[in-house]
Design a protein around this ligand. Structure first.
Ligand code: SAH
Length: 412
C-alpha cells in the first residue's frame, strides 16, 4: 500500500459521507446543502451534529460540514478548503466576517437594529443573529447549530458584549431537523418590552420575546426608506398599509409627509403596538391614522364596495408558498389581493407590493401583477424594485437564500 492510499484509508476511518456517482456537482459548486438522496453511505460512526468529510464516489475529498440524519438536508457544508479545520477559531472567524460585512450599518447612528448573521448566506448554516440595540436575538435552526449553542453564545458575548442574548428558535423549520421549538433568555439581562430601536432615525417598539420573526421585519428596512422617498413627492397622501404588523411602513409614510395612514392587520397586539409607534414618533394615532383589525382579503373587498380610493396602497403579506405544491395557490392569493389593491389606488397613485415566498420568483411575481393589472383594467408602470436590505446578503452559490421581492408601481 502506497503512502497516499494509507492516508486515504485513515481519512475514511474519520466520520465521513460518500456521495453517489454523479451527485458531486452541487458540492463542487459550493452549494451548502447535501440531500440524503445524494449520499451513498455514512462512515466512521458520526453522531448527528458531528463534523463529517464529504467525498465523491471516487474517494476525492470535496468539503466538510455537519451531519443530521433526521433532516432531508443531511449535511450542511462549512468549508471547501482541505486545510481548514472547523474549530473555535473557525467559528470566530466566520462571525467576524459576518460582522465586518455590516460595518457600515454598525457605524450608522440612525439605525441600531439589523441582521448580523444570515445563516447559510454568511457561511454559518442554521444560525441567525439579529441586533436590536444592545440586545441580540438568535435562532438555532439546525442540529449542528443548536449543539454549538454554548460556543456561539460565548463568542457573541466575547465579540459584541451585548446587554443580553435572547433565543427565538420557536419556528417550524426546527421540526424538519427533529428539534423542538425553544425560546428564552440565554445570557445577560432580560430585554425590556417593548425595547425601543431606531431605524433610519425613526423609533419602533419591539417585543423580543413575543414579536413575529425575531421581533421586527428587519429585511424591509431599505424598502421602507425607498417607499418613503416616493411618498415625499406626494405630500398629504392617504395611505393604506395592508399587513401592517406594528405599522412601520405607516410611520415612514407619515414622516415623509403623508396626511393619513390606515394600518390593517389580523393581529390585534400588532395594531396596539402600531399606535404606540405612531405616538413615539410624534404622530397622533387618532387624527393621522386608523387601525383596522381584520382579514386583508375581506377588508379590501369591503373598501372596494364603499368606493374608497387611496393615494398609495402597501401590500406586504406573509409567506403564501411554503412548498412547491403551494405555489399555484400562492399566485392566486397574490393576484387576488393585488387586483383589489389596484382597484383602490386613485389614478396616478402608488402600489408597493411584496412577496416573501422564496418559491415565487421575481419573474413569476411580476407576471402575477401583470395579470392583476389586466383584470383591473389599469395601466401599471414599475418605477422601482424592492429586495432584501443589505444585511440580508444572498450567497451566489445559494440562490435559495433569496426570498423577498417587490414592485413599486404607479397606477393609472
Ligand atoms: N409590513 C410589516 C410586516 C408584515 S408581516 C412590517 O413592515 O413590519 C405580515 C403581517 O400580516 C403579520 O403582521 C400578520 O399578522 C399579518 N397577516 C397575515 N395574514 C393576514 C390576513 N389575512 N389579513 C390581515 N393580516 C394578516
Amino acid at each position: 500500500m502506497g503512502k497516499a492510499e494509507v492516508g486515504a484509508e485513515l481519512r475514511m476511518k474519520q466520520p465521513h459521507v460518500v456521495l453517489k456517482p454523479g451527485k458531486d456537482k452541487p458540492v463542487r459548486q459550493r452549494h451548502p446543502w447535501v440531500f440524503s438522496g445524494a449520499m451513498a453511505h455514512i462512515g466512521g460512526e458520526p453522531a448527528d451534529g458531528d463534523l463529517v468529510s464529504v467525498f465523491d464516489a471516487g474517494g476525492q475529498w470535496l468539503a466538510c460540514g455537519y451531519l443530521n440524519r433526521r433532516s432531508q438536508i443531511t449535511v450542511r457544508l462549512l468549508t471547501w478548503q482541505p486545510d481548514e479545520t472547523v474549530n473555535d477559531e473557525f467559528w470566530r472567524g466566520r462571525l467576524q466576517r459576518a460582522f465586518h460585512a455590516r460595518q457600515a450599518l454598525a457605524a450608522n447612528q440612525a439605525t441600531n437594529a439589523y441582521r448580523l448573521v444570515n445563516a447559510e448566506s454568511d457561511g454559518l448554516p442554521g444560525l441567525i443573529v439579529d441586533r436590536y440595540g444592545d440586545w441580540l436575538v438568535v435562532q438555532f435552526l439546525t442540529v449542528g447549530a443548536a449543539q454549538r449553542q454554548d460556543l456561539f453564545v460565548r463568542l457573541l458575548n466575547e465579540l459584541l458584549t451585548p446587554a443580553g442574548i435572547y433565543e427565538r428558535s420557536d419556528v417550524d423549520v426546527r421540526s424538519h431537523e427533529g428539534l423542538p421549538p425553544a425560546s428564552g433568555l440565554l445570557s445577560g439581562l432580560a430585554p425590556p418590552s417593548p425595547l425601543w430601536i431606531t431605524e433610519n432615525g425613526l423609533q419602533f417598539g419591539v417585543s423580543l420575546a413575543e414579536g413575529q420573526k425575531t421581533g421586527f421585519y428587519l429585511d424591509q428596512r431599505e424598502n421602507r426608506a425607498h417607499l418613503a422617498r416616493a411618498l415625499a413627492a406626494m405630500p398629504g397622501a392617504r395611505v393604506l398599509n395592508c399587513f401592517s404588523y406594528t405599522g412601520a411602513f405607516g410611520v415612514y409614510a407619515l414622516a415623509a409627509g403623508a396626511a393619513h395612514v390606515t394600518n390593517l392587520d389580523s393581529s390585534y397586539p400588532a395594531l396596539v403596538l402600531a399606535e404606540e409607534n405612531l405616538r413615539r414618533n410624534g404622530f397622533d394615532p387618532d387624527q393621522q391614522a386608523s387601525g383596522v383589525a381584520g382579514d386583508v382579503f375581506q377588508v379590501l373587498r369591503d373598501l372596494r364596495g364603499q368606493g374608497v380610493a387611496f393615494d398609495a396602497v402597501i401590500l406586504d403579506p406573509p409567506k403564501f408558498a411554503h412548498s412547491q405544491a403551494q405555489v399555484l395557490a400562492a399566485t392566486r392569493g397574490y393576484k387576488d389581493i393585488n387586483l383589489l389593491a389596484l382597484q383602490l389606488v386613485r389614478p396616478g397613485g402608488l402600489l408597493a407590493t411584496f412577496s416573501c415566498s422564496g418559491l415565487v420568483s421575481a419573474d413569476l411575481f411580476q407576471k402575477v401583477i401583470f395579470g392583476a393589472a389586466l383584470d383591473a383594467r389599469r395601466d401599471v408602470q414599475v418605477s422601482g424594485r424592492f429586495t432584501h436590505s443589505a444585511d440580508h446578503p444572498v450567497l451566489l452559490s445559494f440562490p435559495e437564500g433569496e426570498y423577498l421581492k417587490g414592485l413599486l408601481c404607479q397606477v393609472w
